[in-house]
Design a protein around this ligand. Structure first.
Ligand code: SF4
Length: 348
């Protein structure tokens, strides 16, 4: 059971100093208006609290803009709006997303009394050249400074990084991910770059100067990024943009590695790698006999990841290990995410 409910309150583009080359928040958040009114915030909170169920913790998140780039009066108005919900314990904390270059002592002192628990930074890349090309207007140094300051103020840190930015390379992306992971954020979100109507990137795509990554390439890269983050004990809480009607609209999302279950594709690819690694060891061991049927066991909750999207993992295994027949068994006793390998029938 998920014990956390996050109530998203979108503030599309509010507080942003300009529009980054790839951004169009109206499409990402399916919301055109900028700042929600007090009544709209009450309505959103009421709706989400209705879905709370047994979740033990509720946090409200200001997403989709640059929260700490808003004028101080606006920041305080929004936080004051949530204060009564914090006082009566129906909301336990506040999150916000913001740019690294908005993190200053003055802003952190301003929000300190209001129960902000986690600040998510739009890091996107640690390459200054890539950041410049994306018209981000901040540097890798700003990110390092921001994370240091947030930790000084004992705030949890989230990072958002992008895959497929113009001018980026696979090596640079993975190096960038290692640099971000070394800064020890608490959580990370990974977003493959989509070409959104109305963005500068859309113009580059239309004039042929930008080519988006393919879906498979994107899944492969995000899989490697997840491995880097997991190795550094950084929890990856999202991969790919949230599915919505707007994201399915080809006049709004012009190109890019879109898939409504992108995260599932990555998790399945990670399981596939795990199976291949274990198989190599198994086949070299006394138990393994090439050609003998093999049974893969997994916790029931992870069966769909093991199978992959439309059984794609099983098809890949059949191609990679011709002559071996694979079967799948579920086992409640197995640890989450771990795959066990054994001969399908005891050898005689
Ligand atoms: S990417 Fe972030 S900072 Fe840039 S325009 Fe969009 S919301 Fe604003």
């Amino acid at each position: 059971m998920d014990s956390l409910l996050v109530i998203p309150v979108f503030i599309p583009h509010s507080g942003c100093p300009h529009q980054c080359a790839f951004c169009n928040q109206a499409i990402i958040t399916s919301q055109k208006r900028c700042l929600p009114s007090s009544q709209e915030i009450d309505k959103i909170i009421g709706q989400y609290l209705g879905y709370r169920g047994h979740r033990s913790r509720v946090e409200l998140a200001f997403f989709g803009g640059t929260f700490l780039g808003l004028p101080d009066l606006e920041i305080v108005r929004l936080l004051e709006k949530i204060a009564p919900y914090i006082e009566n314990h129906s909301i336990h904390g506040i999150r916000c997303s913001t740019r690294p270059d908005t993190i200053t002592k003055q802003k952190l002192d301003l929000i300190a009394p209001y129960g902000v628990t986690l600040v998510e930074l739009g890091v996107q890349s640690m390459s200054d050249a890539v950041l410049r090309k994306a018209n981000r207007g901040h540097t890798c140094f700003d990110t390092c400074q921001a994370i240091g300051l947030l930790k000084e103020y004992k705030l949890k840190v989230g990072v958002q990084v992008m895959v497929g930015l113009p001018g980026d390379t696979e090596e640079q992306l993975l190096e960038s991910t290692r640099q971000v992971a070394d800064l020890a954020p608490d959580v990370a979100r990974i977003y493959p770059l989509m070409v959104l109507e109305g963005s500068l990137l859309a113009r580059w795509y239309q004039d042929g100067s930008y080519t988006p990554l393919g879906l498979d390439q994107s899944v492969g890269l995000v899989k490697e990024m997840v491995k880097i983050f997991e190795h550094a004990h950084v929890k990856v809480i999202r991969m790919g943009l949230q599915a919505s009607e707007m994201m399915e609209d080809k006049t709004q999302v012009l190109a890019g590695p879109w898939h409504p279950a992108f995260g599932h594709l990555v998790l399945s690819a990670l399981v596939y790698d795990q199976v291949c690694e274990k198989l190599e060891t198994f086949l070299l061991s006394d138990q393994g006999t090439l050609g003998h049927p093999i049974c893969l066991s997994v916790h029931p909750r992870f069966e769909s990841r093991l199978r992959g999207n439309k059984n794609s993992n099983l098809e890949r295994l059949a191609r990679a290990y011709p002559g071996i027949v694979f079967s799948i068994q579920t086992n409640d006793g197995l640890l989450s995410g771990k795959v066990d390998i054994k001969n399908a029938h005891p050898l005689v």
